[in-house]
Design a protein around this ligand. Structure first.
Ligand SMILES: *Cc1c(COP(=O)(O)O)cnc(C)c1O
Length: 233
């Protein structure tokens, strides 16, 4: 990429980021909520470094990644340069990666099964590091998708909190692409409420406004800020 093209990209990321933040504020206000109650997680997975730097230059500090390996390649250096960066793990986690995940991430949004919960609990004790955790719920009960089924959520939350002493703070979901997201967000909010959990991570580029209307405290927005992702190799 030439220097000119990089300049154009940086300006694009900066202005898109500002637009998304404005849209978050406006939607929160319309819903009778405080804009500061909704946190933007900028999803940087499979994006070139230049675009991430542009977002950092514009003041963004909270980022989401969904693969451990590329996140390990990118973020430790950047965290040294910008100590207030907060990284969210938003992708499926293999239990054998629990160690890396606990070491690198500040919030783990995708706790979704017993084996993983045990592995994370063990690592947190070993490392003395306790990143906040969210339970991922497969609200559409899609066979190929991660997440605990809604009917098993209460029991799984109890196991994670009471038996494993994981710092469970809320819930996250990714609705089926072909569905109206609203009913999935409403279901997630209901499960969180009856379990006394405050954080709701719901809404992406296409549906973050709906997420906010249904009580999202965190929205995960990638392509609407950074543009289309690089193919994974
Ligand atoms: C990729 C991803 C996002 C961001 O998706 P966009 O449509 O690019 O905003 C959000 N959440 C999860 C879990 C993702 O994997």
């Amino acid at each position: 990429m030439t220097e000119d093209q990089e300049q154009v990209e940086a300006v694009t990321v900066t202005s898109r980021l500002a637009l998304i933040k404005d849209a978050i504020s406006a939607t929160a206000k319309d819903a009778g909520r405080e804009p500061s109650d909704v946190t933007l997680v900028a999803v940087s997975k499979a994006q070139p470094d230049e675009r991430i730097i542009a977002a950092l230059d514009a003041g963004q500090r909270i980022f989401g990644e969904n693969y451990v390996q590329p996140a390990l390649a990118r973020w430790p250096d950047l965290k040294q340069r910008y100590p207030d960066i907060r990284l969210h793990m938003i992708g499926p986690i293999q239990s054998r990666k629990a160690k890396d995940v606990v070491a690198l991430f500040d919030m783990i949004e995708t706790v979704d099964r017993e084996k993983l919960a045990h592995a994370l609990a063990k690592e947190m004790v070993a490392q003395g590091r306790r990143p906040d955790c969210l339970i991922q719920v497969n609200t559409g009960e899609e066979p190929q998708k991660s997440g605990i089924n809604p009917g098993d959520a209460d029991g799984f939350i109890a196991l994670c909190r009471d038996e494993l002493d994981l710092p469970i703070k809320g819930m996250m979901c990714v609705p089926p692409v072909e569905d109206e997201p609203a009913m999935h967000f409403a279901l997630l909010a209901k499960i969180a409420k009856r379990n006394g959990l405050q954080i709701l991570s719901m809404g992406m580029s296409a549906d973050f406004q709906v997420g906010i209307q249904f009580g999202a405290t965190h929205v995960r927005v990638g392509s609407a800020i950074f543009g289309s992702r690089l193919p994974r190799n």
